[in-house]
Design a protein around this ligand. Structure first.
Ligand code: ATP
Length: 456
């Protein structure tokens, strides 16, 4: 059963994962702020992506390019002309909709009337602003609608300075802005969001192989972080869905409460972007292969994921309710690598002697992990609170701890408890917080993405 949308949104707000932006001013529907737990989880997701894409590989390097770039970038890339969605307006209630996302293209979902839409108009999604004190056509700039172009325009800088040879990739995480016609479904579609994109440059004849490889790699990343295989699928785009730069795109889709929807797109961008920037600037962006003496434009395979959207999907996927002793227990079964708090240290009571031990343990754990000390309310309530935000372990200090120097470690998923010496807590938690063996897939035994290939 997919988790109920409203339940997740309520939990996210109530526990400080996500707040509506500008809430005290009545909110701004298309933007959200990430609270203490949300920012920790979002950061964990970005860290895991960076680790798998950059840190663990010798063929990919990182980049952090500017949000505001020369407007000529977006002319050359085709975004000024083609980064559009079809907009229709209902002549009855004046609601505006994105035509390609409507279940019934004739019926207004706001007022329910049929046949009331205007002719579709292509609406450009880029945010515009002005650079400098004078507003005018000469000073028009755009907020980047994708991080990718920052990579293409730095292709030669990165290649030259890092001396990378094909095939190699450049990865970037950062904000992107799209003036979406209909933002919605909480943080799924917002006008300001974060992307995790990597452009993998390769020889044109190897592009098809890399396109397949990156679909598999990226699909496996979600599974490795504990996403349920039944909720994940790969879907190849139909020809009429392809972006203006793409010769092939496959989406990794998640089964959201409203149905299958995109988490990440893997596209074969061919040599479209490098050629376009070379033509617009007159700069030589070809690759020279020293071994063969050939000069050519590399092809590019791009896995483009949304960090904020992915965070939402992992929250939904982890949400779990179960009956325990006649009460409902809510547990976020997050992979510990994604959990905002890794360990909660709890005294059984507020007595000073117990709190002193708690503080000592917390101080030892803090340099390693995100730790929370919680001293209020009954211990059962505190366990439930930690379960609800996905804290994998609680370490409880009781009166016996003062005598025997031992504490109880409680496991979130099984609620099993182990009694261990205080000076063994770090050693006990370390392997369990790194990458749980039950969740990380041994190489070669992962479910094949082709098993999940779907048609639209
Ligand atoms: P859609 O068809 O849903 O508008 P897209 O195909 O245009 O998305 P891409 O250009 O492939 O999206 O962007 C790559 C990723 O960036 C998406 O898979 C998604 O995770 C994320 N993303 C795109 N638009 C948004 C948005 N408005 N809000 C949050 N995340 C987004």
């Amino acid at each position: 059963m997919p988790a109920d949308f409203d339940t997740i949104v309520t939990l996210a707000k109530k526990r400080g994962f996500v707040f509506p932006s500008s809430e005290i001013y009545g909110g701004l529907r298309s933007a959200y702020d990430y609270g203490p737990l949300g920012v920790a989880m979002l950061r964990n997701i970005k860290d895991q992506w960076w680790r798998s894409m950059v840190t663990m590989r010798d063929d990919i390097v990182g980049l952090d390019s500017a949000v505001i770039q020369s407007p000529r970038v977006w002319e050359a890339s085709g975004h000024v002309a083609s980064f559009t969605d079809p907009l229709v307006e209902c002549t009855n209630c004046h609601a505006r909709h994105r035509l390609d996302k409507l279940d019934d293209p004739d019926r207004c979902p706001t007022c329910g009337k049929s046949g009331t839409f205007t002719e579709p108009k292509q609406f450009n999604l880029m945010f515009r602003t002005h650079m400098g004190p004078v507003e005018g056509a000469g000073n028009l700039v755009y907020l980047r609608p994708e991080t990718a172009q920052g990579i293409f325009i730095n292709f030669e800088n990165v290649r030259r300075t890092s001396r990378m040879k094909l095939p190699f990739g450049i990865a970037q995480i950062g904000k992107a802005f799209r003036n979406e016609i209909t933002p919605g479904q909480f943080v799924f579609r917002t006008r300001e969001f974060e992307q995790m994109e990597m452009e993998y440059f390769c020889r044109p004849e190897e592009a098809d192989d890399w396109y397949r490889t990156w679909q598999e790699e990226r699909y496996r990343w979600y599974l490795d972080l504990g996403m349920r295989v039944d909720n994940l699928r790969l879907r190849a785009h139909e020809a009429d869905e392809l972006s203006h730069y793409s010769s092939g795109t496959a989406d990794i889709e998640y089964r959201f409460p409203w149905g299958w929807d995109e988490l990440e797109g893997i596209a074969n961008r061919t040599d479209f972007d490098l050629r376009a920037h070379a033509a617009a600037t007159g700069k030589d962006l070809m690759y020279f292969d020293q071994e063969t003496g050939e000069r050519f434009y590399p092809y590019v395979i791009e896995p483009a994921a949304g960090a904020t959207r992915t965070t939402f999907a992992f929250l939904i996927d982890a949400y779990h309710e179960e009956e325990v002793d006649g009460e409902t227990r809510t547990v976020l079964r997050l992979d510990p690598r994604l959990s905002p708090i890794k360990v909660a240290v709890l005294p059984l009571s507020k007595k000073d002697e117990l709190i002193a031990v708690v503080d000592r343990i917390a101080a030892e754990l803090r340099p390693r992990w995100d730790v929370e000390v919680d001293i209020t309310q009954a211990i059962g309530r505190r366990y439930r609170r930690q379960d609800e935000v996905g804290t994998p372990f609680c370490v409880t200090v009781d009166f016996d701890s003062l005598e025997d120097g031992q504490v109880t470690v409680r496991h979130r998923d099984t609620m099993a408890q182990d009694r261990i010496p205080i000076d063994e807590v770090v050693g006990y938690l370390s392997p369990r917080l790194a990458a749980p063996s039950s969740l990380s897939l041994p190489t070669g035994s992962s479910p094949s993405p082709s098993g999940g290939v779907a048609s639209k």
